[in-house]
Design a protein around this ligand. Structure first.
Ligand code: ZN
Length: 194
């Protein structure tokens, strides 16, 4: 069974992925809403369902590699590549500058899909797109689990967004939660990247 947006939303609810408070997002913006994607990513059967839906949408595109930004993107890239029968790689580094390390080789013969979990501004995913293009590969699509931004993403890459959930975010210098003096929660991420 593949995963509709509605099914994904209820899976995120049922697994306790939605948190309320005052959070610092990877994008640097603040929000009262946080999606802890690992509530979903820690369940392989849900990751498999998500990837089945992308596989369906990407049918016949001759994908040779799936690339995701660490850390959540590794889980999704691995499973999508497993289902498509191709390679996967991951990009590391700070949010807006990602690179492929570990000797991953991507070249002009590759048709790549980049994949990410929860996207607010798309900074780290765009940085991954850039890294893949710099290595000469053709970019077939960018696959996003949840896009939580409010403006449409105007990218020169076809987007496969499974769930668009516009959630309010604020710049740090104009955040009503900061103004109320609510303490800021910095979600614990990898010390290397996210
Ligand atoms: Zn704030």
């Amino acid at each position: 069974m593949s995963l509709s947006g509605e099914r994904l939303l209820s899976a995120l609810r049922e697994t306790g992925a939605f948190l309320k408070g005052h959070f610092l997002l990877t994008s640097g913006r603040h929000s009262a809403d946080y999606i802890e994607k690992f509530r979903l990513l820690e369940r392989p059967h849900l990751v498999a369902e998500v990837c089945q839906e992308w596989k369906r949408r990407l049918e016949g595109q001759d994908i040779t590699i799936v690339v995701g930004p660490a850390v959540g993107g590794i889980v999704l890239a691995y499973e999508l590549a497993r289902q498509l029968g191709c390679r996967y790689a991951f990009a590391e580094g700070e949010s807006h500058s990602r690179e492929l390390r570990r000797g991953f080789v991507i070249g002009p013969d590759d048709r790549a899909v980049v994949v990410d979990d929860v996207v607010t501004t798309g900074g780290s995913l765009m940085a991954t797109v850039k890294a893949v293009r710099q290595m000469g590969a053709s970019l077939v699509a960018a696959a996003i689990l949840v896009y939580r931004g409010q403006q449409p993403l105007n990218w020169d890459v076809p987007l496969e967004i499974l769930l668009h959930l516009p959630l309010e975010t604020y710049p740090p210098d104009d955040c009503p939660l900061c103004q109320k003096g609510e303490s800021l929660v910095i979600p614990k991420r990898s010390s290397l990247s996210r």
